[in-house]
Design a protein around this ligand. Structure first.
Ligand SMILES: [Zn+2]
Length: 420
């Protein structure tokens, strides 16, 4: 058989193979299906061969990457970002470092409101431009698929504009994008005294526009005492579901407020944050099939305790890890760093962190039938790391170990050295 692309002689080929299972849970999260001296062959953008380097020859392929001494993994999936925005917030960062809390800054008119003001005033072309740089950064650290939420517009025109920007990004960038409507990110300042009217606006005006133009795949709500109540979240998400959108929730980040239970009730694709979710809520989530998306970068950035991933994994939940890239609570696109944080601070094994940014993260976006593992028939999204094993990626932390990136079978990045 002739391949379009063959990556061979990999010290470790980490397949994360699930044999068709949508997610990995419990002990399966630690089963990575590693092939030593492995090879993967690509044909027509799909994986056509997975096995030992002994079984293939360089002559079998149009193009070959000799991965001797290197490690190959599935393309990473960043299942939670807010990377389209204007108005970075270095000033607030400085205030937080000096001791102000996120809540104090928000109460003084900062926080999300700062970004909303700047984003509403921004030109779409500038939003596209800045987001393209961030997508480059996501891809540069290994994310070949990225979820992006709206949510810094918070009025009909601005929310639709943000989703149009996300659509434009997909036309311009090789990273695959999963668009999410987050009109219910927070109550905008002008609706603070009439919040029901804002929920009406989201349900009666924004959602019909979003779904009739197919601008999003899923709908998210920030359920928290500083944002939306359980009843408001239920109303918005039930309406979204009735219009065919998948559902996800920012749940139990700051307080245990029933967000996880609501995610279970609505059959959400993912429940995200979950720092304060109760054991009872985790049991409900597990039964519902939702993916728990944990976000260690937020805890690091805000100086808060990390979520205890061991509790989630031992409860049988499929755990994913994402960046939550956003200007207020995690200004980073680096999924390799999030894996190291998850291992060092969230009591996850290194194997579990890899499953959490590949198969389980793909499942959080409803895509694990197509991406998230290296198995024949799946889309050829592949990463080649300059490390002799997968552990080195996490152990040697805070630097970028990527050597080559393959998206849909095309080599979209390859590191070159002078004089090499
Ligand atoms: Zn978020």
């Amino acid at each position: 058989m002739t391949f379009d692309l063959l990556i061979t002689n990999a010290a470790q080929l980490v397949t994360v193979a699930s044999g068709g299972a949508r997610v990995k849970t419990g002990a399966d999260m630690r089963e990575l299906g590693v092939i030593e001296d492995g090879a993967v062959g690509v044909k027509d953008g799909r994986i056509a061969f997975v096995g030992s380097a002994d079984e293939v020859d360089f002559e079998d392929a149009e193009r070959t990457i000799n991965a001797i001494g290197k490690t190959v993994l599935p393309g990473f999936v960043d299942a939670h970002t807010h990377l389209v925005f204007a108005g970075a917030r270095e000033n607030e960062f400085a205030r937080r470092i000096a001791g102000a809390t996120y809540a104090e800054i928000a109460a003084a008119g900062g926080g999300i409101a700062t970004t909303v003001r700047a984003t509403r005033e921004a030109r779409p072309v500038d939003l596209v431009e800045s987001a393209l740089h961030r997508l480059d950064s996501c891809l540069g650290f290994g994310a070949t698929t990225v979820e992006i939420k709206s949510g810094y517009g918070l009025d009909l025109e601005s929310e639709i504009m943000l989703l149009e920007v996300i659509r434009e990004l997909q036309a311009l960038h090789v990273v695959e994008i999963a668009p999410t409507f987050l009109g219910a990110h927070t109550i905008p300042p002008e609706y603070r005294e009439r919040r029901t009217e804002y929920v009406d606006l989201v349900v009666d005006r924004m959602l019909p526009e979003v779904t009739s133009r197919a601008l999003a795949e899923s709908c998210d709500v920030f359920v928290e005492k500083t944002a939306f109540t359980i009843d408001e979240g239920r109303r918005i998400l039930a309406a979204a579901k009735a219009r065919g959108l998948a559902v996800r929730i920012h749940a139990d980040q700051i307080t245990a407020n029933g967000g996880a239970e609501l995610a279970a009730e609505l059959g959400a694709l993912s429940a995200d944050h979950l720092d304060h979710a109760s054991d009872a809520a985790l049991a409900l989530l597990r039964a519902s099939g939702a993916v728990a998306v944990l976000l260690p970068g937020v805890s690091l950035f805000l100086g808060e305790p990390m979520p205890d991933a061991r509790r989630f994994i031992d409860a049988g939940l499929p755990v994913a890890v994402a960046t939550d890239m956003n200007p207020g609570s995690c200004m980073s696109e680096n999924l390799q760093l999030m894996m190291s944080l998850a291992a060092m601070q969230m009591r996850m094994t290194m194997e579990e962190t890899i499953t959490a940014v590949t198969l389980n993260a793909a499942a959080a976006l409803g895509r694990s039938d197509r991406i998230g593992s290296i198995e024949t028939g799946k889309q050829a999204d592949l990463l080649v790391f300059d490390t002799p094993n997968y552990a080195r990626i996490l152990y040697h932390f805070g630097v970028n170990h990527l050597n080559a990136i393959v998206k849909k079978g095309a080599v979209v990045f390859e590191k070159h050295y002078a004089n090499a």
